[in-house]
Design a protein around this ligand. Structure first.
Ligand code: ADP
Ligand code: MG
Length: 210
């Protein structure tokens, strides 16, 4: 299956549902080691994306992802707004001129987005951030593609690695963002941003699975 603009729109629609459903869960995670706003930040951002895309459908995949980025930067706030904004901006650039995405294009899109998040936030692996879910997902996607996997295999392995990466943040001490102010008291809690990143990838699999 190739991914066209309608599939990208369906993913973004799924994300609006996913973050609405998980608003309390993400907020509870952020209450433990932050300021209890990650769930409301993500829900507000993707609800605004849904409203804008329903009002004015962008011309192509790149414009759809760039519009998403602009709205997230404007509405999410906190640390996550600029980071997810960068993700969608870079992902959009990677889709430039493409009306359809095949497995390799999808990996290139996530690669651009994920490396953009790392560059923007300057978090290294092990610092208890969204990067701890995203980088393992990228590695797994690249491996699955190199092993000859199709789109579904690539996405399933990426989401599975993101889930493991999310759980692996529990014993980490936060070194970036608000949670780092807690020092060793941040240990023993799952990172909210790593959790929202896993949800982002799980929604792709659920939407684009062949
Ligand atoms: P804030 O911390 O400003 O309240 P959010 O609660 O929306 O913002 O997001 C918190 C999440 O942002 C954290 O759980 C972490 O995963 C992520 N985060 C914070 N700083 C960074 C960073 N420098 N790089 C990557 N992710 C980060
Ligand atoms: Mg917060």
């Amino acid at each position: 299956m190739a991914i066209g603009k309608q599939e990208v729109l369906a993913w973004l629609e799924a994300l609006a549902c996913v973050y609405a459903e998980n608003r309390q869960y993400l907020t509870d995670l952020d209450a433990a080691i932050g300021d209890a706003d990650h769930g409301s930040n993500m829900d507000r951002g993707f609800a605004a994306v849904r409203a804008e895309l329903a009002a004015r459908e962008p011309a192509d995949i790149r414009k759809t992802l760039e519009t998403t980025a602009a709205i997230l930067i404007r509405t999410v706030g906190g640390a996550a707004g600029p980071l997810y904004g960068t993700f969608f901006l870079r992902a959009g650039a990677a889709a430039d001129g493409k009306a359809e995405l095949r497995a390799a294009d999808v990996v290139a899109l996530f690669e651009a987005g994920i490396l953009g998040v790392q560059q923007r936030g300057k978090a290294a692996p092990g610092e208890k951030t969204m990067v701890d879910a995203l980088l393992p997902a990228l590695a797994a996607m690249r491996d699955a593609l190199a092993a000859g996997g199709g789109l579904t295999a690539v996405l399933e392995q990426g989401a599975a690695a993101a889930e493991a990466g999310m759980r692996a943040t529990i014993p980490m001490q936060a070194r970036k963002g608000r949670a780092s102010y807690l020092g060793p008291r941040s240990v023993g809690h799952q990172d909210p941003g790593a959790t929202s990143s896993f949800l982002l990838l799980r929604a792709v699999v659920d939407t684009w699975r062949a």
